[in-house]
Design a protein around this ligand. Structure first.
Ligand SMILES: *[C@@H]1O[C@H](CO)[C@@H](O)[C@H](O)[C@H]1NC(C)=O
Ligand SMILES: *[C@@H]1O[C@H](CO)[C@@H](O)[C@H](O)[C@H]1NC(C)=O
Ligand SMILES: *[C@@H]1O[C@H](CO)[C@@H](O)[C@H](O)[C@H]1NC(C)=O
Ligand SMILES: *[C@@H]1O[C@H](CO)[C@@H](O)[C@H](O)[C@H]1NC(C)=O
Ligand SMILES: *[C@@H]1O[C@H](CO)[C@@H](O)[C@H](O)[C@H]1NC(C)=O
Ligand SMILES: *[C@@H]1O[C@H](CO)[C@@H](O)[C@H](O)[C@H]1NC(C)=O
Ligand SMILES: *[C@@H]1O[C@H](CO)[C@@H](O)[C@H](O)[C@H]1NC(C)=O
Ligand SMILES: *[C@@H]1O[C@H](CO)[C@@H](O)[C@H](O)[C@H]1NC(C)=O
Ligand SMILES: *[C@@H]1O[C@H](CO)[C@@H](O)[C@H](O)[C@H]1NC(C)=O
Ligand SMILES: *[C@@H]1O[C@H](CO)[C@@H](O)[C@H](O)[C@H]1NC(C)=O
Length: 823
């Protein structure tokens, strides 16, 4: 997709403050804004431009070495402390402060821009950052193009907002933004109780890895604008196995408000080498190696006894040496304090900063230093720790080098006159194409889990009873890690509630709309039940919009159980008794246990936290108006009892009943990858495979050949629509002694496609040893030899193929499927 990009007209441009912006049709000069805000301070400005580190003809390493050689020990930790703005400048060398940290999870988490320009004139307060659906919604789009395009939009908006010195979205408007995003979050959704499931695209490490990769590529590298510099920086988090919030887990994994004390700050994740290699590392490995992520955040928790930010194995061996990571590592906020205070891993702060620096934690995100009582452990203790010999100055320099290199790669030490990234118009923020992309993302993310009697699409003449705690909501739909979504009041046309969205649709195409909330998200108040049941009884169709909210799940807040809140269940039961035609629409981060209501409703739509355009998008999807989209669920919808069968604190993926679709041995309400399309039907058929047959001559084939399996996908209906096709493998011959024998299935490829009615297309998935790689019981990556089953599916239709991997690593298929493919 073609996003609007900012181009400079070099011939005519005025120095620095003339903005030229290519909107779809017109060039707009923007000169007037120069008065409205100051550009961020720059390094290497006269009289500080004569240093070799300012000379952009010199190799980067030399420039950084030169700068480091000019710093004294006391100055260095100032360059290693996040959220320190407006402190952190080294004025004697002309180095301005730089604020490490910004969040860009699903949009820049900043305030709105100070000015809005129309036709070259300041006309008032500026645009707010575009807000996309939350990652758990984005995961169910299975759309790589979308993820990358969103990354591009966020990176561009971050640059535009940064140029205007816009602050993070905090009440006191500090600090102002940096250019390194502390996102995406690609920890898997290991357990449905985890409070931060909404931030993660999926329970599957492969999907999380692809999401992290595409998000990073879009965010960091806008080569259409300038291939030389990073547009922004992705900081993958939380490395690694960040998966528990608390606050009330007991050491044995029970929930106890009275004596539970295990939180994200003191968790010790016990992880086998096998699970580490196959579950907890792959998403990060992919986003580093294929996405080129330039940042990573070490997590609060311990891994097998060692705090992540003090974990030399994790940060040096795995990240830098095995994966060739080139970037910076930051602690999570307060992570240094946790090493000592929560994990009791060190005895004093001198030792704490030493273990973190030695391990490779370059930057400390202290407890909002600009506001707090201390400057952070790095600033207060690094010089002393060096003098005590606990850490060498070379280790400090290594951290400074990693941190500075990012600032150089962002173009912050080079002349800005020829840098398009220093000339981005404020007008691109929340520009029409960006909003359009966010709306498409929401549309593509809806998952229709159930649709009895084809109740969706809703008949246009139906009378609708819109019921449920979220029908008037304008904030739960937005999720968390939010920028300032609206200037002023959200009800001022900025965020359309689902009720308003239905109102708009029913005005033009449909029957009457009745509405009553009926109950709150939780609690015991049944006083408004009768009203809701009353309108349900007179309507043709009930749309119930319920689920969870930030009071039930979020950062520092796991759910002790996963059931749909009881009050909503009760109301749904009463409604179903008077009108069985109920469509249940769910807002949620983690999955919701549906056992109590699944039979009470005819359709179920999972929305995740779908963003500010949900009110506009949902009704159109339910009526089948202009919505061809729909997605597939990227999580397993377990039965309610799963929380009694799995221990929150246990990280073993294969321990019965097994976690996620990859290991779960039960029969869930809805499987990973499930999702219906109400408008059409797709058919999958085997098309071809260029894998050699396992016959006499196959050994002559090179292992390096590109093999694939192809299916044809046909749209058998009368409406154009999207479909997602996924490819899984499962090895069938793994010895029981290997933990990999518990694997039930592993996704290794997926494509989202669009098909007109009657059309069909071929979708191919490459098959290689890499794609089939797992690990042995000591965690060594390995492609097992033996028989495998490949399944290509849209969640409904399935095409399967058996293949073999020989001891020599040669892949072949068992029987010729098409005579014509033999030669
Ligand atoms: C910058 O470095 C180049 C390459 O070493 C050198 O030729 C040039 O003179 C330097 N420029 C300045 C202003 O020092
Ligand atoms: C940072 O800038 C402030 C304000 O200009 C100045 O007072 C302070 O000395 C500078 N800090 C350093 C270390 O140069
Ligand atoms: C900007 O210019 C366009 C095209 O000339 C015009 O339609 C629009 O009304 C102008 N907007 C303002 C705020 O002046
Ligand atoms: C940017 O904003 C901060 C407050 O967030 C302020 O202290 C600083 O002076 C501003 N810088 C510029 C260049 O306007
Ligand atoms: C961006 O990607 C292009 C094409 O792959 C590459 O040539 C360029 O070096 C990259 N730029 C950065 C800053 O990574
Ligand atoms: C702590 O909580 C657990 C589980 O709720 C309970 O079994 C145990 O008796 C409690 N211990 C104390 C000291 O209260
Ligand atoms: C760090 O080491 C210094 C020097 O030995 C000592 O005075 C100080 O108490 C230590 N500080 C902390 C916080 O442990
Ligand atoms: C829908 O209704 C709301 C409020 O009634 C209104 O602000 C909005 O512009 C309407 N249109 C769309 C497309 O949401
Ligand atoms: C609901 O009512 C029960 C029984 O009266 C009470 O124990 C519980 O705390 C109430 N729940 C909420 C959320 O108010
Ligand atoms: C993927 O998302 C992009 C951006 O919204 C969209 O243009 C494209 O059509 C989507 N692909 C499919 C197959 O839906």
């Amino acid at each position: 997709m073609d996003l609007p990009i900012v181009r400079l007209d070099y011939a005519k441009r005025q120095p620095l403050l003339a903005w030229r912006f290519l909107s779809i049709f017109v060039w707009v000069d923007i000169v007037a804004i120069s008065v409205a805000f100051n550009l961020p301070s720059r390094a290497c400005v006269f009289p500080h431009n004569g240093y070799p580190f300012c000379n952009s003809s010199l190799p980067l390493d030399e420039r950084i070495d030169d700068l480091i050689s000019r710093l004294n020990l006391e100055e260095k930790p100032w360059l290693l402390t996040a959220r320190y703005s407006p402190k952190g400048n080294i004025s004697r060398l002309g180095i301005p402060e730089y604020d490490w940290g910004a969040n860009c999870m699903h949009g820049v988490q900043s305030r709105c821009s100070p000015v809005r320009i129309e036709n070259g004139t300041v006309v008032g307060g500026g645009q707010c950052p575009t807000s996309f659906p939350n990652a758990n919604s984005l995961g169910s789009t299975f759309n790589k193009t979308l993820w990358k395009a969103m990354g591009t939009v966020i990176g561009l908006e971050l640059r535009a907002l940064w140029l205007q010195n816009v602050s993070e979205n905090t009440p006191d408007r500090t600090p102002h933004l940096g250019l390194d995003c502390w996102s995406p979050n690609i920890n898997i959704q290991r357990d449905p109780r985890w409070g931060r499931n909404l931030e993660s695209p999926s329970e599957d490490p492969f999907l999380c890895g692809v999401y992290g990769t595409m998000h990073t590529l879009g965010l960091q590298n806008n080569s259409k604008l300038d291939h030389r510099y990073l547009q922004a920086v992705a900081t993958l988090k939380h490395f690694d196995a960040n998966s528990i919030e608390g606050p009330f887990w007991t050491p044995t994994g029970e929930w106890s408000a009275r004596n539970g004390s295990i939180t994200r700050h003191n968790t010790n994740a016990i992880i086998s080498s096998y699970d580490m290699t196959t579950t907890y590392l792959p998403a990060f490995a992919m986003a580093v190696q294929k996405g080129g992520a330039a940042g990573i955040m070490c997590s609060f928790n311990r891994i097998n006894g060692v705090p992540s930010c003090a974990n030399e194995w994790l940060l040096q061996k795995v990240l830098r040496s095995d994966w060739k990571f080139r970037g910076y590592v930051t602690s999570d906020t307060g992570g240094l304090d946790d090493i000592r205070n929560a994990h009791h891993y060190t005895a004093d702060w001198n030792e704490t900063v030493a273990v973190a620096l030695r391990a490779g934690c370059d930057i400390e995100s202290a407890m909002w230093t600009a506001r707090g009582e201390n400057d952070g452990r790095y600033i207060d203790h690094i010089p002393n720790a060096v003098r005590l010999g606990l850490v060498s100055e070379a280790d400090v320099d290594r951290a400074v080098r990693n941190a500075l290199e990012i600032r150089f790669r962002l173009g912050l030490f080079d002349p800005v006159e020829d840098q398009p990234l220093w000339n981005i118009s404020p007008e691109i923020v929340q520009s029409e194409p960006h909003v359009q992309l966010a709306k498409e993302a929401t549309a593509q993310s809806l998952v229709l889990l159930k649709n009895d009697n084809n109740i969706v699409p809703i008949a246009p003449t139906n009378t609708i009873a819109l019921i449920g705690p979220h029908i008037h909501d304008r904030s739960t739909i937005l999720g968390n890690y939010l920028g300032e979504v609206c200037r002023g009041d959200k009800s001022n046309g900025c965020v359309t509630s689902i009720y308003e969205g239905f109102g708009n649709v029913t005005e033009s195409v449909a029957g009457p709309l009745l509405a009553a909330e009926g109950c709150h998200v939780m609690g015991n108040d049944t006083s408004r039940f009768d009203e809701a049941v009353g309108i349900a009884s007179t309507a043709d169709t009930v749309v119930f919009v319920g689920g969870l909210d930030g009071g039930l799940e979020g950062e520092d807040k796991d759910r002790p159980d996963i059931r749909l809140p009881l009050i909503q269940q009760k109301l749904l039961h009463k409604i179903a008794r008077v009108n069985p035609r109920v469509i249940l629409v769910l807002l949620h981060g983690g999955m919701i246990g549906l056992d109590g209501v699944i039979d009470q409703v005819q359709a179920i739509v999972s929305m995740g936290y779908p963003g500010p355009y949900a009110g506009t998008v949902l009704p159109k999807a339910l009526y089948g108006i202009e919505n061809r989209a729909w997605g597939k669920t990227a999580i397993t919808w377990y039965h309610d009892e799963i929380t009694e069968k799995t221990n929150m604190l246990n990280f073993d993926m294969g321990r019965s009943p097994g976690r996620t679709y990859r290991y779960y041995n039960g029969n869930p309400n809805f499987r990973f990858g499930h999702g219906l399309n109400p408008l059409t039907k797709f058919e999958l058929n085997f098309a071809s495979s260029n894998l050699p047959a396992c016959s006499a001559n196959f050994v002559l084939r090179s292992t390096h050949s590109t093999f694939d399996i192809s299916v044809s996908v046909a749209n058998k209906g009368v409406k154009a629509a999207d479909e997602v096709v996924m490819c899984y493998f499962v090895p069938l011959d793994i010895p029981r002694s290997e933990p990999a024998s518990k694997l039930r299935e592993q996704l290794f490829g997926f494509e989202r496609i669009h098909l007109d009615p009657g059309a069909s297309t071929i979708v191919s998935f490459p098959i290689s040893e890499d794609a089939l790689r797992l690990a042995d019981y000591v965690g060594t990556p390995l492609t097992f030899s033996g028989q495998y089953l490949l399944s290509v599916t849209n969640g409904l239709d399935i095409v399967q193929q058996t293949i073999f991997v020989t001891k020599e690593g040669i892949i072949c298929r068992d029987v010729p499927v098409l005579e014509s493919s033999e030669h």
